[in-house]
Structures are given as C-alpha cells and as structure tokens.
Design a protein around this ligand. Structure first.
Ligand code: ATP
Ligand code: MG
Length: 355
C-alpha cells in the first residue's frame, strides 16, 4: 500500500496547457476523488499518474518511489476505465487472468487470485461467460476484478459508473465503498458527479481548468467552501446565489425585496457581494421576504419549491416536506444568518466574518 504525491505536475498537449502546475498529497489507503466540470483535466491527471501520459514537468511519487519516468506496468497501479475495455472473445476468467498470464505467473497462482477476486465481487457464477453475456454492472465488476488480481498499490478509476443506469450506479457506488473498506488500498477516482464525490471520498479534490480549487473532506467542502465555484459545485439542488450590496454594515438583498443580513466583515471596494444559501437552510416563517413559487416538486420525502428572482436568478427552497404548498403560492422566507455564505462579487472568493 502506498500514498501518492504530485509535485509541480504540468501537462501540455502541444499548445494546450491542460494542467499548469499542480501539487497534491494523497495519503496511504485514502479514497481520493477528483471532481470538476468536463474538460477540467480530471482524466489527464489520472492518466499521468497511471503513466499513460508523459509528464511535461514535475514529479509523481508512489509510496517512496519516484515513478515519473516509469512505464505504466512498473508503477504498481491498476486502472479501471469507463468503457471497461474487456476482451469480448475471452471468458470472465480469462479477462481477469490476462495481465497475470502476460506477466508469466504460475497457473495455480493465477487461479487463486482470480477466484479470490471473483469471490470479493460476487462473480463466481459468471467466470465462464463472455462479456456479451453479462449485465452492465457485472461487466463493470469484471473490469474491477481485473484490477484487483494485480494487487496494485493504487487503484485508478476514471468515471467507472457513468455507463450504468441510475439504480445500478447507486448499488455499485456502495459496492466500491465496501471494496475500499475491505482492501484498504489507496484509490483515486475521477467523476463529474458530485454525489459520487460526496459519498465515496475521504478526500475530494475540486478541479477547474487544470487547477485545484479546494481539497478537503466532503463535508468540509460542503460547509466551508473557499469560493463560489466550490460552493455551487457540491450539493444538490445547488446553493442559491443572490446579488447583494453593502449598506451600513449590512448586506441588502434586492432580489428578496431588500431583506438584509448582518455581516461583520470588511466590504470589498466595489461594495458588491454574492450571498450563498443552501435550499435546506431556508425556513418558511410567519414573517420574512415574500417569494412566489413557480413550481413545486413533491418527491415524497422532500419537497422543493422553485422561483425566478427579479434578477433572473433561479432560486430553490427546501419546503421541509410540507405538502400544502403549491405552485403559484407565495411563501415568506426566513434566511438564517448563520448559514449564509458571502462571496466577493468580482473575485468570487469567500468573504469570512471578521472575528
Ligand atoms: N490528447 C489530447 N490532445 C489535446 N488536448 C487534450 C488531449 N486530451 C485532453 N486534452 C485537453 O485537456 C483538457 C483536459 O481534458 P480531460 O480529458 O483531462 O478532461 P476531463 O476533466 O477528464 O473531462 P471529462 O469530464 O469530459 O472527461 C481539455 O481541455 C481537453 O480538451
Ligand atoms: Mg475525463
């Protein structure tokens, strides 16, 4: 088992700078998730760790070994891809055994390892089938099995669940989490799905345009984002953002009929801010800012109300399961000040209350 350290990693594709310069420490045994929008460099970063892409600059250390110049097969990593990449003409057993056979391992040893992986993944009954005779989830398990038999120091996953339907994705997510607990091996997992990031990760790395926006435990990032990008990326439905201006030490929310929040912080020069508040932190009270709901979503356990604010901004409120509120109703919103986050309107960085 090993941790992974990235030092000043840079990756260019010709004139395209995919990753300008990135430092990151992943602890031994950690489940680390790279998350971010399409094109932010998640796969590039994973592929440079795997050795499938050459580094332009920098260093990659796995355990105590600098592997920057090593061939993928000599890095002690195993990668699982989104499209599984199984050999269609081989059985499940042959697919899982392939890398070990290439490495010239003794037959008995290969059998032992494949049987163990099949047992961990519940694939014992399918070992003689071809990939075409399996469901999507079973194929994904074979792809993971192929990685397990190699007993890697680090597992690398690139969106392994995105080809599965929603229900299966949820089940496989739980299985991956259990697999990580059972094996205790370092795992690096790429996804653009913030729910996968929140539920699987010990550590989330939020990427944008090849740079790290924030690193931390899921709830750390959820509760204490450093900027509007991270705040808006994690959470579903996402955080609401309201334009605000400073007046006499208070923040005025024009969109909510001039409701104000106290904010003991230094205002930026522009005097403009953005207030972020999550749907679940809003309350409906007897008194507050009126909000006319355009639509109401009843999901059974939860109920969400949606509105469009005067500024054109979409707004969502968790109605805490109240079923008597309908589209067209006006509710009175109470904004608990302790849950409102404030961002500089220009830099979009967090403005924290001064102590
Ligand atoms: N072989 C390549 N040649 C040139 N540019 C590339 C190459 N591979 C990736 N890029 C560019 O590098 C950037 C990062 O791509 P990458 O595939 O890492 O994104 P990603 O975060 O994995 O996105 P997605 O969520 O869509 O998979 C993108 O701007 C992409 O266009
Ligand atoms: Mg990708």
């Amino acid at each position: 088992m090993s941790g992974v350290t990235l030092k000043k990693v840079r990756k260019d594709y010709g004139s395209v700078v995919a990753i300008p310069s990135l430092d990151l420490e992943i602890e031994n045994g950690e489940f680390c998730v790279f998350v971010g929008p399409s094109g932010c460099g998640k796969s590039t970063l994973l592929r440079t760790i795997a050795g499938l892409e050459d580094l332009t600059e920098g260093q990659i250390v796995i355990g105590d070994q600098d592997v920057s110049d090593r061939h993928p097969g000599q890095r002690g990593v195993a990668m699982v891809f989104q499209n599984y990449a199984l050999y269609p003409h081989m059985s499940v057993r042959q697919n899982m055994a392939y890398a070990l056979r290439l490495a010239g391992e003794p037959k008995a040893e290969i059998k032992k390892k494949v049987d163990r992986a099949a047992e961990i993944l519940g694939l014992e009954a399918y070992l003689d089938r071809k990939p075409a005779e399996l469901s999507g989830g079973q194929r994904q398990r074979v792809a993971i099995g192929r990685a397990i038999v190699r007993n890697p120091k680090v597992f690398l996953f690139d969106e392994p669940l995105s080809n599965l339907d929603a229900e299966l994705r949820t089940r496989m997510r739980l299985e991956l989490s259990e697999l990580h607990q059972a094996l205790g091996t370092t795992m690096i997992y790429v996804t653009h799905d913030q729910v996968e990031a929140m539920t699987l990760a010990d550590k989330i790395v939020v990427l944008r345009a090849g740079r790290i926006e924030q690193v931390g435990r899921p709830l750390e990032l959820y509760d204490d984002p450093v900027n509007k990008f991270v705040a808006g990326f994690l959470g579903s439905p996402s955080m609401n953002f309201l334009p605000a201006r400073w007046a006499d030490g208070r923040l005025v929310l024009e969109d909510l009929e001039g409701a104000t929040l106290s904010m003991a912080a230094k205002a930026p020069e522009s005097g403009k801010a953005i207030v972020g508040i999550r749907p679940e932190h809003l309350e409906i009270g007897p008194e507050g800012a009126p909000l006319k709901l355009r639509s109401v979503e009843q999901l059974g356990g939860v109920t969400y109300g949606y509105a469009i604010l005067p500024s054109g901004q979409e707004f969502c409120v968790d109605l805490k399961g109240r079923r008597d509120i309908r589209a067209g109703d006006t509710v009175t919103l109470v904004i608990p000040e302790t849950h409102a986050l404030v961002f500089d309107a220009e830099t979009e960085n967090r403005i924290r209350p001064s102590k």
